[in-house]
Ligand binder design. Sequence first.
Ligand code: TRP
Ligand code: ZN
Length: 500
Amino acid sequence: MNNLTKARRIAAAAMALMTACAAGITSAQAAPQGDPAPQGEPARYGPGAPGSGDPYFPSAGNGGYDVLHYDLDLRYSPPSDPAVPAGKLTAEATITLRATQNLDALNFDLRGLAVTAVDVDGKDVNHGAGPSDWTQVQDDASRTWELTVGLRPKLKAGQKAAITIDYGGTTGRPEDTTGALYGWVTTADGAMVVSEPDGAPTWYPVNDDPEDKATYSFHITVPEGKTAVANGLPGGKPETKAGWTTWTWEARDPMASYLATASIGDFTLSYGKGPHGLPIINAVDRGVTGPALEKTNAALALQPQMIAFLSDLFGPYPFEAFGAIVDDDSVDYALETQTRPVYSEVADEDTVVHELGHQWFGNSVSPADWKDIWLNEGWATYIQWLWAEHQGKSTVAKQFTDTVADLDSKNLWGLNIADPGRDNLFAEQVYHRGAAALHALRAKIGDQAFFAGAKEWLDRYSNSSATTEDFENVMEEASGRQLDAFFNDWLREGDRPAMP
Ligand code: TRP
Ligand code: ZN
């Protein structure tokens, strides 16, 4: 589900990568792009771009197609020695997509895993045997991890294809550009899968662009006794054969690639209900015990109330299910994986409401570009303030004042949170200045316009993605006011803004 703006930027990304190719990284993408032919001539075919134009992650995502569905068949052996974080993944992904331009080749992002076979619409694509071959580029230095698949017959704009990719390898503990663990994180008892921002290619071939949402099916085969938990709802009972159990999960709501999970461990599953019968499925690692478990259970028990509270403020919960995956391994923070956030070691109340808030802000409405990240983290943090006030723990006004004082004392007004830079995506300013900006906006335009604007934002861009400028426009419409100067002061300028 790409949009037009994106199509324009894809050309620029293609040029950037073609320059890299010319520098000797690969020649697979050096063919001319599939430009539209002049009037009256047959349309030209070309390869889709190997990146989707995000300035922070130029090689992430791909051009020329829109993924409709990922069917992921994963077989995983957790580490044989718990002290050595190396698992074994053998997988087959079937990706159903629609071409958005005339294509003779297209790319997927796949990092650190080796492809063994590719099928297009059931026909084998022979490695290295001509125009319908496939090639893999793995260049850590330029963060270029591409699988290029030749298409014969070629694919006409608007046509669908199902591409099946067999792949696998040894899993480890990948890191993002800042050194934080993410992606398929191998744990002593399985894997904790948390891919924001660009970690999805560490476990499946993907158009890793939050603008290309798709539905997912997961079939996860693990040694009998292990539990595999993904997004959405179970697709039937787990099936055991010859010491291996296959867990099936279906995620029917469109989802950005970084929000997919397939976490594996010694989990205990529990099933409950939220408002209007919403299924809530929690998976808690049997290694979480004592005070951490008590805290976790207390926080998870509040999920139905939290959902009711946020639905009143922002409109119906956007997805088919909710719940939690609590792993005893540590990545130090939690991720809002769609319908089922992942927590490490403990799920505390503040974090649970934060990750729940992301289901509306970040998951239903996703950032169009990574620089729009404050729309995720600012809102999720503001939702923590709203919940704390609702629970009688503090007021939003006090949390605002305290946050501003904290930003003052740490001298944190210098960062433009509407374009924080690749390695500042999750800097504390993005969370705290972001939440403060939302509260200042509410103070400026009033409760009525603020909450009406928030609902309009969620309504207009649900199951889609949008930019900071889109958000500013919605809030200007909701309030009938010109807010350029306000947003510049609160998001972008390097000085402390005037207080409301
Ligand atoms: N979005 C997460 C949050 O709720 C933070 C985060 C970013 C993260 N990247 C991650 C967590 C990777 C786990 C793994 O604030
Ligand atoms: Zn967050």
